[in-house]
Structure formats: structure tokens, C-alpha cells
Write a protein that binds this ligand. Structure first.
Ligand SMILES: Nc1ncnc2c1ncn2[C@@H]1O[C@H](COP(=O)(O)OP(=O)(O)OP(=O)(O)O)[C@@H](O)[C@H]1O
Ligand SMILES: [Mg+2]
Length: 194
């Protein structure tokens, strides 16, 4: 499925702490059925961000949150309004039929939130409507590029844009330094799902 081009937000992540704060913000704003596709080169920080999201969703530090490179899918209980968090890594997947076998779309429909590394080619099999988070190395460390492909994910980018006015790093290609992201949970006024 072609990814529709929409406005792209750029978030500067000069430190790992900044990435953790982005993860905390995403965790507070994820609702059942949400999909985040994490992209970027090897070592860009996809798993690091997924771990930050998982920790902020209540996954204990006793539980290792590692890249599901060989197992393909890891599942965690969440203490937020999302009951289940699924972290998948599709790097070793050969085609869409293999993605279908993982039943990720069904898990979403059942209320799980999904974080999927290397999921870009499989947006259709994942059920569409994704928040894309692309991590890139930059002169200031790392940047995250965020864009949405449907109504549920647009709620996230809209909420981010609204909260940027109160703090965090930068957006919409504008460099802007500030302190903390808004960490309050967003309320959606429409049903989530695929
Ligand atoms: N600002 C930052 N955000 C995220 N990670 C950072 C940052 N600065 C340094 N790092 C380091 O970069 C590494 C990112 O590794 P990670 O496993 O998350 O990459 P990945 O994108 O998941 O790679 P792969 O494609 O192999 O799965 C970690 O060791 C992390 O500590
Ligand atoms: Mg990884």
C-alpha cells in the first residue's frame, strides 16, 4: 500500500533522554488499536524508542524489552487504557502473507496497540492508519520524523502539534528549543480501530 504523503513533523532527539520523553508522550496518548510503524536504518533507535514506550506503559524494568528480531513478536501487558502492547520486528519477513500469519491486524482489532519495526512495506497487512516514526541520524544526534496515514494516527500528530506550542523540541521543519513535552493523555472523540 502506498503511504499517503502528509505533513511531516520533525522532532529533534539530541539525547537518549529526549527519545525517552518522546516515548513517554506516545505511551500516554496511545489508545487501543493504534499502530506505530518504526522505521530508520539499523541502529537508528527503533527498539530504544519501543522500550521507552513499553516502560511508560507500565512494563516493569524486570522485564527485558528487546528487539523481536527472531521471535518476530513480543507481547506485554500494559497499565494504561491499552490492555496489550505488541512489539513486532518484520526485518526478516519475506512477504505480506507471512505478516498475515502473525495476526497483527487481528490483535489491533482486538484492542492491542502495535509497535512495528521495519513495517513500512506492510501497511496494508497491518490494517493501515499508522503513525510513522522514522528515526534518522542528524547533526544534532537524531531526528524523528512523524507522519500519519489515517484518522486515528492523525489524532496523534494533531495532539503533538498542539502540545508543541507548550514545549519540547521542534516541529514542521522549524527548529525550536524548549523543555518538556506535554505528558497529559489525549482524549479522542472517535472510535479507534483499523
Ligand atoms: N537519541 C537517541 N535515541 C535513541 N537511541 C540512541 C540515541 N542516542 C544513542 N542511542 C543509542 O543507539 C542505539 C539504538 O539501537 P536500537 O537497537 O534501538 O536500534 P534499532 O533501530 O532498533 O536497530 P535495528 O534496525 O537493528 O533493530 C542504542 O544503543 C541507543 O542507546
Ligand atoms: Mg530494533
Amino acid at each position: 500500500m502506498a503511504v499517503e504523503a502528509r505533513e511531516q513533523l520533525t522532532v529533534g532527539l539530541p539525547t537518549r533522554r529526549a527519545t525517552v520523553r518522546l516515548g513517554q508522550w506516545l505511551a500516554k496518548n496511545l489508545v487501543a488499536g493504534d499502530l506505530i510503524v518504526l522505521s530508520g536504518d539499523l541502529g537508528a533507535g527503533k527498539t530504544f524508542l519501543a522500550r521507552a514506550i513499553a516502560r511508560a506503559m507500565g512494563v516493569s524494568s524486570d522485564v527485558r524489552v528487546t528487539s523481536p528480531t527472531f521471535t518476530l513478536v513480543h507481547e506485554y501487558a500494559s497499565s494504561t487504557c491499552v490492555s496489550r502492547l505488541i512489539h513486532a520486528d518484520l526485518y526478516r519477513i519475506g512477504d505480506g502473507s507471512e505478516v498475515n500469519e502473525l495476526l497483527l491486524r487481528e490483535a489491533r482489532a482486538d484492542g492491542a496497540a502495535l509497535l512495528v519495526e521495519w513495517g513500512e512495506p506492510y501497511l496494508y497487512e497491518l490494517g493501515g492508519d499508522a503513525l510513522f516514526v522514522r528515526l534518522e541520524l542528524s547533526e544534532r544526534g537524531r531526528d524523528a520524523k512523524l507522519w500519519s496515514t489515517g484518522p486515528c494516527s492523525s489524532a496523534l500528530t494533531t495532539a503533538w502539534s498542539e502540545e508543541v506550542s507548550t514545549g519540547f523540541v521542534c516541529c514542521s521543519n522549524r527548529e525550536r528549543r524548549s523543555s518538556e513535552p506535554g505528558l497529559g493523555p489525549r482524549k479522542r472523540h472517535f472510535a479507534s480501530g483499523t
